[in-house]
Design a protein around this ligand. Sequence first.
Ligand SMILES: Cc1cc2nc3c(=O)[nH]c(=O)nc-3n(C[C@H](O)[C@H](O)[C@H](O)COP(=O)(O)OP(=O)(O)OC[C@H]3O[C@@H](n4cnc5c(N)ncnc54)[C@H](O)[C@@H]3O)c2cc1C
Length: 491
Amino acid sequence: MKEKVIIVGAGLGGLATGLRLAKEGYEVEFLEKNDKAGGRLNQIKKDGFTFDTGPSFFSMSYIFKEFAEKCGLRLPFEFIELDPLYSVNFSGEDKTYFLYKDIHKLAKQFQDVEPDFEQKMEKYLQKSAQLFNDTVDIVIKRNFDSYLDYFLALIKVNPVHLPILFKTFWEHVNDYFTSKEAREIISLVAFFLGRTPFDTMGIYSLLSHVEFRHDGYYNVKGGMYKIVEGMLEELSKLDVKFHYETEIVDYHAENQQIVSLKDAQGNFWKANKFVINADAALFRSEVMKYKKFSEEKLDKMEWTMGYLTFYLGLKCKLPQVNHHNYFLGSNYEQYASNILQNPSTLEKPYYYVNVVSKYNPECAPEGCESLFFVCPVPNLKYKADWSDRDKIVNSIIDDFSQRIKKDISTEIISKTIFTPQEWQDKFSLYRGSGLGLSHKFTQIGAFRPKNHDEKHDNLFYVGASTIPGAGLPMAVISAELVVERILANSR
Ligand SMILES: Cc1cc2nc3c(=O)[nH]c(=O)nc-3n(C[C@H](O)[C@H](O)[C@H](O)COP(=O)(O)OP(=O)(O)OC[C@H]3O[C@@H](n4cnc5c(N)ncnc54)[C@H](O)[C@@H]3O)c2cc1C
């Protein structure tokens, strides 16, 4: 008889796990608290517009291809490589930097501020490549059974990298570049891990290799939600069942085995194995009630920043705006260094704008544009009251209008705002922290909440707050790692 697996949460990590397990012959059933799949990789359809809610591009496209091969499938969605990767504009300046993967072309834009940029960037990227090549397979793509196992893996990492363990991303970048422009632009990628260059370890400068050299960034044709739709189609061919608006709140266990999970309506769900795609730390706290994950302990852990995201439908086109854009202010260093704790300022010297309708015309009515804004903000621990959200959003709209020399405030015909409060309530993210647990040394590898439960042998975890970490390719690797555990556990 087929073993039955219940997966709690239909985010990317859950969907990828479900697809792999169904292909391996398991009977798979999903329980999802929302009314549709995707988790943070979601979609808003409103007033004739379509918006991606969270992720707008991703790296390491080969992880998706390897995943599809393992499932014996052709990828059920189409990638589009980005070059330039994105653009960056500083406030008060007309100049826009385009982040080309061709370093010679990129360097020409820095001639005025850092004339030897090209040589410096080559040297910096060589170091990033070494860091990537010497760590990724050893540390990211594997399960660890004990701390000893983890330390044995770490000591295999080339000792030449030791000094960087004691530097922040910002300090490391400053070792290579002198101009404010180069330092700020090159260190931007640290924000993609949900913290700032000032509190992210220098070792993550390996991400610069990922963006410029290794594989770059990709979009999905038709919008990022096509990833979810493609996976759902494959899952339906395998008779996988989905139960939406079903939130798990409790469990019943016997002899260190979970027998059933209980939903908020009082229904019990039985299976042989259970995989949790909800946040691995929060679920252990709220549902499993483990002391090691008490409210107090969660509060002491380091969580990523919150995101203020908003989605605008405009009744005009914006030909002057690129597809992926970063807008930086003039006090980046001062602001970014205390962004997590500083709820008071309205000034937002860092925000990202994505024009999804630029290359996906089906995402907006004719003559209109779909815009998605992301602004890093303190999570609910540091700013619990978001009653000023409209004021903040309007200040960003004003700033954006000035920079693109067009007042968009009179063109808005659709507007949706998610503060960290909405991110928390909709997707059960701890204090609205956008990417889950941060990636500091004591919260990665064997120190991150494990993907196999410490007390119940048939309970597993997948997704951003277990190994290896945040981001779409990591969610797919996380699925591979938990599937490896489940297959071993079934033998
Ligand atoms: C604003 C924003 C922008 C981002 N941009 C990018 C980007 O450009 N590129 C990139 O690679 N990554 C990006 N990310 C990160 C990326 O979205 C996540 O790392 C990834 O989607 C996480 O997937 P997951 O499988 O861990 O879980 P999630 O997507 O969080 O899914 C978990 C699911 O579990 C459900 N759930 C939770 N609790 C329960 C319960 N008790 N019962 C039932 N269901 C439950 C939730 O509703 C959810 O559907 C971004 C994230 C945010 C917030």
